[in-house]
Design a protein around this ligand. Sequence first.
Ligand SMILES: [Zn+2]
Length: 251
Amino acid sequence: MKLQVDGNDIKTDENGIFKITGKSTPNAIISIDQPAKKVTADAEGKFELEGQIPSEKSHEVKILAQKDSLEELEKSLTITPHDEYVQKVLAKKEQEEKEIRAKAEAVQTADSLIAKAKASLNPTDLAKARTYINENQYLAIQGYSAQLTQINDAITAKQDQIAQDKAKKAAEAKKAEEDRKQAERKPSSGNTVPSQGNKQQPPAPDKNQQTVLITATGSKYHVRKCGNGTYYTATLAEAKSKNLSPCSKCY
Ligand SMILES: [Zn+2]
């Protein structure tokens, strides 16, 4: 069995492709392990093996010659990458790492924008997150659509709640205003509408704040409805300010 290889140090081309040529026993099977390749030597024993080295580093390859029952022969060869190939592989690796970092950053930014929108339930924050994800080359909006929809639903629910609360407060305020007008309705100042927002004062212990009954034309104030006519409530002070005097029947 014979195995001769042309040249001891084999160099790849700029694409990392190597070619091993040599001579062995006619019709022997010639194989290498990494990358796995196999050829049959011709009738003169000539062979040619081609492959690409697995990395940008020098590569040790084992070449094996076999034929029927003859003893196998093995040789080791060093394959050296072309400088240009080394540069290409390194540049590609660097580019890949750069993209991995950029993608990780994009994911992180998208996550924080989503978290912000989720916390604030502000439509502007949600729009920011959506735009960022849409415009980023490393992100696919599909991967985020469930989260974005969920936040959008929460914003809608919150806005509905605010509208409901507002309507409820408006109704309460309207009712309070009507109650107050009802309480303050007086014959002598029928058209006077106190300015809005005036809180009703708690009843003062002052005797003048006592409620009495008066009529539109009478000169007396009363404790109770006292004879015919329409009676209105007024404070004692108001009654006095109109120069009304206590009814002799009531007092
Ligand atoms: Zn009276």
